[in-house]
Structure formats: structure tokens, C-alpha cells
Design a protein around this ligand. Structure first.
Ligand SMILES: [Zn+2]
Length: 404
């Protein structure tokens, strides 16, 4: 068999599994460049790799996407790649999806089939190449193929979350910090290129150290490095840890009035959004899973999950609001708030029925002053200090209530 080709034709639906190569080189493959070719009749995605890797390509609908998973690829692509539109492709992105697992997500404008997906061995002066060919199809065929080839690992699951184990009476309160985005999903980005995923991780690390220092809390983070985590897994992580509090940390972007719109905003979960801005923000934050190519639960799963959540959630919801007020109280008067109003919307990441959960937008990466603060360690220290006080205040209130 010619060593340079390992192609699987579309026979059993739009999923391809390529056999691993015999090469025992343990260094990750480096992806150096990528490009699009062809037209609407056949669009080709090509990525240059330092060596051949095992890939798994599959389709997702709503919105139309191609997902290409590979074990471990170091992406050293030229900046600004992935924004071009060609043929059926409207954009693509790449990055770490989970530890040791890399992913490329290609956005497609309409129903399609993956006609080919293969990796060519390097040859002469040519690098190894990942090649994916897309052809248009009708919606019915697309959906039929989708059913045939459910992805191996969507990491999303569809079961409603399970209740947390009851903590032992003298256990320390568990606080879970959730730096948003990560890996393939950078979140929002400032004009100068500062990404949300970087600033929220740096802030969360400082906050974790500060919170842990007093010995009063057990503190965990949903991610400690530049790894993507689906929203549902963040929720499940908090539940598994038996969290008494969950804080999802983000940074916002508002291009309309970049000079004026600045400061932190505190959000809780609600079915009806408190206002249009909250609704837009929730849509943007919920889009994280789409960016990373996670299959979203079907509408019926969502409805069922929501009913179950509603029953358990009222008390949790009240506590979330108490915590949110505590943060606003700490930040108010220090010039750090965008608005004192508590805002709420359908944030997926706040949906644990049994864990009081709040989403904190630290500031706006669209505002140059906020950006300076978000990357500054002294500012992060002060901001984290305020959040620690808010958490102390929340648990002090809970404790007082439990005693009486
Ligand atoms: Zn975010």
C-alpha cells in the first residue's frame, strides 16, 4: 500500500476514523498553516502538519459545522487565519479541546457532506497534509447522515445534572471558580489581541490563592490551563465537588461605545432575561460550546432538564441572588461596576439546580482602560480581594441563618 495515503471514502456517513501511523515519535505534530480551496461545488480544507496524525472528522448541525479531532497538535498557525470565506466554508478555528486532544472546527454555510477526510504522509519537500473535502447536499440527506454517525465524544451528554452529595457537617465550604472559555474558544478579544480566556484564567488563579489562603474554603477551578471545557462539564464539575458556591468568570466586549462602557457586571440565571443586554450576553456566552464544536442537547432534552431544574432550583436561586448582591455591594463605590443592577438571563453555565451560581463579567475588553486593568496584577489583586470579601460575606450570612 502506498505509504502516503490513508483515505476513507464516504461510505457509512460523515464520520472518518483513520488508523494510527506506526511512527513512534511522541512529540506532538505541529500545524503550521491552513488554507481553503475550491468552490461551492467542492470546498477543500487543507492543513500543513509536521507529521501524520490520526484524525476523526464528523459533522454537526445547528449550526452546520465540521469537527476534526486529533490527539495532540501544536497549532503554530499564522495570525488571523480562519476568517476567510470560500465555497461552503464561512470560517474555521483550532485549538486545544481537552488535555491531549486538539480540534479544528469549520463553519459551513448550509447542509453538506464530508466527502473525504484524510492525512497525507510528508513527501519530498511537502509537509504532511490534512485534507477535508466538503460537498453540498440537501437538508434531509444531511440529517440522515448525521443520525448514522453520532460523534464518538461530544462531551456534552444530555442527562440532567445529578444532585451533589451532601457535605459532612464540619467540612469547609467548597467554592468552584470557573474561568470561562479556554483552548479552542478564546472568548472575546481586545483590539490589541488580549483574549478573554487569558485574563479570566489569570484572575481566577489569583482569586484561588487568596481564597485558599485563609484556610476557610476548599477551592477548585474548572480549568487551570488553556484547555476548553464544555459548559455542561463546568456545571457537572461544581456538582461533583459538592460546591457551595460557583463563580463563572468572564470579560465582556461592547463595540458600540468602547470609551464609555466599562466596569464589572454581575449576572444570575433566569428564564426571562432582565434586559436585552443580558439576553445578548447570555447568547454570546452560551455560544462557547458552538465555537468549540460541542453538540448541543436537543430541545426536548433541554425542556425536560429545565422542568427538573425548576423544582429544585428556587432555594438555590435565592442564594445565587444573595451572593450576587454581596459582590455588587463590595464593588459598588470602588468605581469598578458597569451597573449596580443585578442582571439575569439563561446562562447555561449557571444551571446547576443545587449550587448557587453567579457569573461575573470583570470588565470590557473593548474599553482600553478596562483592558489595562484586566492585564494588571495589582488590579487583579484588588479585585480578587473584593470578591473574597463578597464570598466571606455570603457564607457569614448563611452561617448566621443556620444558627437561628
Ligand atoms: Zn465569556
Amino acid at each position: 500500500m502506498p505509504a502516503w495515503v490513508a483515505a476513507l471514502m464516504l461510505a457509512a456517513g460523515p464520520a472518518f476514523l483513520l488508523a494510527p501511523t506506526a511512527a513512534a515519535d511522541s512529540k506532538p505534530a505541529v500545524a503550521k498553516d491552513a488554507r481553503l480551496a475550491g468552490d461551492r461545488e467542492r470546498t477543500r480544507f487543507i492543513a500543513d502538519l509536521s507529521k501524520k496524525v490520526e484524525v476523526h472528522a464528523f459533522a454537526l448541525g445547528n449550526p452546520y459545522r465540521v469537527i476534526i479531532d486529533a490527539p495532540d497538535v501544536s497549532f503554530q498557525m499564522p495570525a488571523g487565519l480562519g476568517k476567510e470565506t470560500r465555497g461552503l466554508v464561512t470560517a474555521y478555528r483550532y485549538g486545544l479541546f481537552a488535555p491531549g486532544k486538539s480540534r479544528i472546527v469549520i463553519d459551513v454555510s448550509g447542509p453538506f457532506l464530508i466527502d473525504k477526510a484524510f492525512v497525507l504522509e510528508p513527501r519530498d519537500d511537502q509537509p504532511a497534509r490534512l485534507v477535508v473535502d466538503l460537498v453540498p447536499t440537501d437538508e434531509k440527506t444531511f440529517l440522515a447522515k448525521l443520525q448514522e454517525s453520532k460523534p464518538q465524544d461530544t462531551s456534552a451528554g444530555s442527562a440532567p445534572p445529578l444532585p451533589s452529595p451532601a457535605p459532612s457537617p464540619d467540612a469547609k465550604p467548597v467554592v468552584v471558580l470557573d474561568p470561562g472559555h479556554g483552548g479552542i474558544d478564546p472568548g472575546t478579544k481586545s483590539a490589541s489581541g488580549t483574549t478573554e480566556k487569558e485574563v479570566v484564567l489569570a484572575f481566577a488563579k489569583i482569586l484561588k490563592t487568596k481564597l485558599g489562603a485563609g484556610g476557610r474554603y476548599e477551592v477548585h477551578m474548572t480549568r487551570e490551563d488553556d484547555t476548553f471545557l464544555p459548559l455542561r462539564e463546568r456545571v457537572a464539575f461544581a456538582q461533583k465537588q459538592g460546591a457551595g458556591l460557583f463563580l463563572s468568570i468572564h470579560a465582556d466586549y461592547f463595540p458600540d461605545k468602547p470609551e464609555i462602557v466599562r466596569g464589572a457586571t454581575v449576572y444570575t440565571l433566569s428564564e426571562e432575561a432582565s434586559d436585552q443586554e443580558a439576553k445578548d450576553l447570555a447568547a454570546k456566552e452560551n455560544f462557547s460550546d458552538v465555537i468549540a464544536g460541542v453538540e448541543l442537547p436537543s430541545d426536548s432534552d433541554e425542556v425536560l432538564a429545565n422542568i427538573l431544574i425548576d423544582l429544585a432550583q428556587r432555594e438555590t436561586q435565592n442564594r445565587s441572588v444573595v451572593f450576587a448582591r454581596s459582590i455588587v455591594g463590595e464593588l459598588a463605590g470602588k468605581g469598578r461596576l458597569h451597573t449596580r443592577r443585578l442582571r439575569s438571563a439563561g446562562f447555561r453555565v449557571l444551571k446547576a439546580p443545587d449550587v448557587p451560581s453567579v457569573l461575573l463579567e470583570l470588565g470590557f475588553l473593548s474599553n482600553p482602560e478596562d483592558e489595562k486593568r484586566l492585564v494588571s496584577d495589582p488590579w487583579r489583586e484588588r479585585m480578587a480581594g473584593s470578591v473574597v470579601k463578597a464570598i466571606d460575606g455570603y457564607f457569614a450570612k448563611r452561617l448566621a441563618r443556620n444558627r437561628f
